[in-house]
Design a binder for this molecule. Structure first.
Ligand code: 4NP
Length: 168
């Protein structure tokens, strides 16, 4: 299996996408597959750039033994070429990343090998097996249960994603 480059994307890059990054890293480390993946996360907005994940998200993840190592950054058009897959959390993120892809396509910057390849863009929930949902809801303005629910969804989605990548 060639190295897979995955980018998880939400709005602020302090709650859902850093949690997805941490959950996925936790799974690949546990299964001895960490060297097969390059994993990162980003936000469609840049307000929190440089910040660690939200303290409530870190606390909820930590209760499950999951570390969230990322610092927030805003997604850029170059990410469409730098990653193989972009996994979005909700419909707004999906739309925003598709818009960026159109910009990247219009710029037509070929990769180092002269090839022109853009990341596959898909909702992370398309990999859920236990849950049937379209979006990972934004927990930012809610209570603790919202953060737990985000992690439940992400654990399901990330296991499904890893299993599907492993079988390709
Ligand atoms: P995230 O959550 O997109 O899961 O990181 C949010 C974080 C911050 C804000 C909105 C959503 N905000 O408005 O600052």
């Amino acid at each position: 299996m060639a190295e897979q480059r995955l980018l998880f994307v939400c709005l602020g890059n302090i709650c859902r996408s850093p949690a997805a990054e941490g959950v996925f890293l936790h799974l690949v480390q546990r299964e001895g597959l960490a060297d097969r993946f390059l994993v990162d996360s980003a936000g469609t907005g840049g307000w929190h750039a440089g910040n660690p994940p939200d303290r409530r998200m870190r606390a909820a993840a930590s209760r499950r033994g999951i570390h969230l190592p990322s610092r927030a950054r805003q997604i850029a058009p170059a990410d469409l070429q730098g990653f193989d897959r972009i996994l979005t959390m909700d419909d707004d993120n999906l739309q925003a990343v598709r818009d960026l892809a159109r910009q990247a396509e219009a710029a037509e910057v070929a990769g180092p090998d002269g090839a022109w390849r853009l990341a596959t863009i898909e909702p992370i929930t398309s990999h859920c097996r236990r849950f049937q949902v379209r979006e990972v809801p934004d927990p930012y303005y809610g209570g603790e249960a919202g953060f737990e629910h985000v992690l439940d969804l992400l654990e399901d989605a990330c296991q499904g994603l890893l299993d599907s990548l492993r079988s390709t």
